[in-house]
Design a protein around this ligand. Structure first.
Ligand SMILES: Cc1ncc(COP(=O)(O)O)c(C=O)c1O
Length: 387
C-alpha cells in the first residue's frame, strides 16, 4: 500500500484537530476568545483594583524606583529579588501564616503544591468540584487520589476511613476551595480542619475569597491560618487586581517546595513588579474597607432584585452567583441575549462544570454600579422565560 507521500496527496496533519473542534461546536462547547464588551459581570476583579489609580501609581513608583519588569530567572538562580522576599514576608504576616511562597499564578501554585507535598503512601482527598489546577496536581501526585461529595465533610471522613481500613497509613491531604469558583458556595472549613487535625493536612484554595471575605479580606480560612496542618492559596489575580499567587504554609513546607516543586524550580520567577503591586493591594485592603462593604452591598442588592423577579433561582449569598440553566446550548443562548443588552455575563459549560449544569455565572464586582445590577436583574427577568 502506498503512503500519503507516495500517492501524491499531502497528509492532512491538522485533520484530527479540526475534527475535535467540529465535535465541540456540534455539542455547543467550542470556546472562542472574544473582545471585552458590556458592563463587567464576568471578571474576578471583585474590588475593582485591576484598574485602580492607587495600584497603577504604586506600579509606576516601583518602576521609577528601579524595580525590574522581569525577574530574569528562576527564584533559585538570579530571579530572587528583595521585592519577592519583602512581599512574601509581608503577606505571611498579613494572612497570619508562618511563611509564604510566590508563584506566577494560582494554577501553577496548585499544581506545585498538590504534585509535591502529598507523598507516596498518602491520600489526596479532594472535593468533587475542585478546580482544574487541583486536578492537574492530582494527575501528577504519587499519593493515592479520591474525591468526596461536594461540601460533605462527613463523606470526606468516610473516604479517609475506608482508605485507612484498606491499610492506608500516611497522611490524608484534604483539598477544598473556601468559596467555589463556579458555585459561589463555601466549604465547611471547621469540620474539615478538625478532620485534618486527626488525619493529616487541609489545603484551602482561597482564590475567590481573598480580599473579599474573612477579617479584613484575609479569607474564609483566616482563623485556621498558621496551624501546622493548614496550607492556604491566595491568588493575586482576582480581588487583588494583579497576577500571581501565594502559598501560605509552615516554614518547613516552604523549604520543601523550594527544593522539590518542579513548577517552582524550573520556571522564571514572578515579575518583581507584581510583588510590588501585591504589596500595595494588601495595603489597599487595610486602608479601604469600604470597597469590601460596597461589594457586599451589591451582592445583597442582586439577591433582593432576583428574589422578586426570578424567585425560583437560588442565590449563593456571595459575589459569585450561578444561574443554572441545564443544557449547554440554552445557557449560551441566554448568555447571548444578556450580552446583547450590554452586560458581560458568560455562559459556563462542561467540562468546567458538571454535565447538565450549564449556567450563567454572574460575577459581582465594583466595576458595576447599583443601577447596573438592578438593570441586569430586569434583563434576566425578561430573557429567562424564553428558555
Ligand atoms: C479556585 C481557583 N484556584 C486557582 C485558580 C487559578 O488561579 P490563577 O488564575 O491565578 O492561575 C483559579 C482561577 O480561576 C480558581 O478559580
Amino acid at each position: 500500500m502506498k503512503g500519503p507521500a507516495e500517492s501524491g496527496t499531502a497528509p492532512d496533519r491538522l485533520a484530527v484537530f479540526r475534527a475535535d473542534l467540529d465535535g465541540l461546536a456540534a455539542a455547543s462547547r467550542q470556546r472562542r476568545l472574544i473582545p471585552r464588551a458590556g458592563v463587567d459581570f464576568a471578571s474576578n476583579d471583585y474590588l475593582g483594583l485591576a484598574g485602580a489609580p492607587r495600584l497603577r501609581d504604586a506600579v509606576r513608583a516601583a518602576l521609577d524606583a528601579g524595580v525590574p519588569v522581569g525577574a530574569a530567572g528562576s527564584r533559585l538562580l538570579r530571579g530572587n529579588t528583595d521585592w519577592h522576599e519583602a512581599f512574601e514576608a509581608k503577606a505571611a504576616a498579613f494572612f497570619g501564616a508562618e511563611s509564604a511562597l510566590g508563584f506566577t499564578g494560582g494554577y501553577p501554585a496548585n499544581v506545585a503544591l498538590i504534585s509535591t507535598l502529598p507523598q507516596r503512601g498518602d491520600l489526596l482527598v479532594m472535593d468533587a468540584l475542585s478546580h482544574a489546577s487541583t486536578r492537574e496536581g492530582a494527575r501528577l501526585t504519587r499519593a493515592a487520589v479520591a474525591e468526596f461529595r461536594h461540601n460533605d465533610a462527613g463523606h470526606a471522613a468516610d473516604v479517609i476511613a475506608d482508605w485507612r481500613r484498606g491499610g492506608g497509613r500516611g497522611a490524608a491531604w484534604i483539598a477544598v476551595e473556601s468559596l467555589y469558583s463556579m458555585d459561589g458556595d463555601r466549604a465547611p472549613l471547621d469540620d474539615l480542619a478538625a478532620l485534618a487535625e486527626r488525619e493529616g493536612f487541609l489545603i484551602v484554595d482561597e482564590a475567590h475569597a481573598t480580599g473579599v471575605w474573612g477579617p479584613g479580606g484575609r479569607g474564609l480560612g483566616h482563623a485556621l491560618e498558621g496551624r501546622e496542618c493548614v496550607i492556604t492559596l491566595h491568588t493575586l489575580g482576582k480581588a487583588l487586581g494583579g497576577s500571581g499567587a501565594l502559598l501560605c504554609l509552615p516554614r518547613v513546607l516552604r523549604a520543601f517546595l523550594v527544593n522539590r516543586a518542579r513548577p517552582f524550580i524550573f520556571a522564571t520567577a514572578p515579575s518583581p513588579l507584581m510583588a510590588a503591586a501585591g504589596a500595595e493591594a494588601l495595603d489597599i485592603l487595610r486602608d479601604e474597607p469600604d470597597r469590601r462593604q460596597r461589594l457586599h452591598d451589591l451582592v445583597a442588592l442582586f439577591g433582593r432584585e432576583m428574589a422578586t423577579r426570578l424567585p425560583h433561582l437560588p442565590m449563593s449569598g456571595s459575589q459569585i452567583v450561578p444561574l443554572i440553566v441545564g443544557a449547554d446550548a440554552d445557557a449560551m443562548a441566554l448568555a447571548g441575549r444578556v450580552q446583547a443588552a450590554g452586560f458581560d455575563v458568560r455562559g459556563i459549560r462542561p467540562p468546567t462544570v458538571p454535565p447538565g449544569t450549564a449556567r450563567l455565572r454572574v460575577s459581582l464586582t465594583l466595576n458595576a454600579s447599583a443601577a447596573d445590577v438592578t438593570r441586569l436583574a430586569e434583563v434576566l427577568e425578561d430573557a429567562w422565560p424564553a428558555l
